[in-house]
Design a protein around this ligand. Structure first.
Ligand code: TRP
Length: 334
């Protein structure tokens, strides 16, 4: 069975953009592949953060991923496998400063930081972030990495690093990871449908997957529809986004019926919104219930994920033993 690895930062609550764009796909991949899904808490240290918040958000993400249907044996917390950091150091020594400097996400995140606070400190961790990501992938010999297009450059770097390592040490040791660009719906911000749904712009810009139903309905109700500046004959991005959510929920009949209304100029946005809210409520009820069940025995769930992380760690340790051998480091007596 081929190996699949992906990671998600512990941002707190999952939003529907995360779900339709990544997590839903991960749940499906579990049937076909040997999966490693990681809550990448080390990565979240690259931007300013609070320690307690990080811990809380890491567990929150773990619980929500489980509630979405990720199997505990496929899930681990990155920092519970400290070998990722060790490999990251070793890989940083085969990565050129120049290629790392070309990573556009670093520049974007740096600008984002400076925009919020012009005196903000840009950590070198933020610069090294893509090497840690390469370590995440290479440490388990991943064949496929499901990611969005925004991660394409990081994937390419991971491949270059693997190649450089293999070449430098004269051994085809690391496998070349391939990106897995599955067609996933792109969900936009309900408040500004020219941007991707995301948490960095503020509360109005995302719809959390585990919101209570009332809240969910309110969030859909206040979504921007027509701003009046869309060219004649084109669907406004806000309306298109609502249709996209409906499609993502698998409600094609309702989607097509409303689309016919739209084409006939008979669509009422309030009807569209109500249908979207119904669809999301129906989809998320099971998730909320599962989360409720998991929350009823938090300690057991945490122990389970700590154990699965320990199990996964054994594979990472195996890789590190080999990498230490290959690179001329010593190994402990085993
Ligand atoms: N950088 C990824 C993101 O921001 C998260 C990530 C970390 C990741 N490590 C990974 C994704 C390894 C895929 C594989 O979305």
């Amino acid at each position: 069975m081929k190996n699949v690895l992906s990671g998600i930062q512990p941002t707190g609550d999952l939003h529907i953009g995360n779900y339709f764009g990544a997590v839903q796909n991960w749940v499906r991949l579990q049937q076909e592949y040997n999966c490693y899904f990681s809550v990448v808490d080390y990565h979240s240290m690259t931007m300013p953060y609070k320690a307690d918040q990080l811990r809380t958000n890491t567990w929150k993400m773990v619980f929500q991923l489980l509630a979405c249907g990720i199997k505990p044996e496929h899930l681990f917390v990155q920092s519970l496998v400290p070998e990722h950091v060790e490999l990251s150091w070793i890989l940083s020594c085969v990565t050129s400063f120049g290629e790392l400097s070309r990573m556009t996400q670093f520049k974007d995140k740096m600008d984002q930081l400076k925009e919020k606070d012009k005196d903000a400190v840009v950590s070198s961790g933020l610069f090294l972030y893509p090497i840690l990501q390469a370590a995440d992938i290479l440490i388990y010999h991943a064949d496929y990495v499901p990611v969005g297009k925004d991660q394409e450059q990081h994937l390419e770097l991971s491949r270059n690093i693997a190649q450089r390592f293999n070449h430098q040490f004269g051994k085809e040791y690391f496998r070349m990871p391939e990106p897995l660009f599955t067609e996933t719906p792109k969900i936009l911000s309900p408040a500004d449908p020219t941007r991707k749904m995301g948490k960095s712009y503020g509360e109005k810009h995302y719809i959390t997957l585990f919101s209570e139903e009332d809240r969910l309905r309110k969030q859909i109700k206040s979504a921007v529809t027509d701003t009046g500046d869309t060219p004649e004959g084109e669907m406004s991005p806000g309306v298109a986004n609502l249709f996209e959510i409906l499609r993502a929920c698998g409600q094609m009949d309702a989607h097509n019926a409303l689309m016919t209304d739209y084409e006939n100029g008979a669509l009422r946005y309030s009807d569209l919104k109500e249908t979207v809210a119904d669809a999301l409520a129906a989809l998320t009820t099971a998730f909320r219930e599962r989360l409720h069940t998991l929350n009823a025995d938090k300690r057991a769930v945490k122990a389970q994920v700590q154990d699965s992380s320990a199990e996964i760690r054994k594979r990472a340790q195996e890789t590190l033993r080999e990498v230490r051998e290959i690179t001329g480091l010593l190994n402990l007596r085993s």
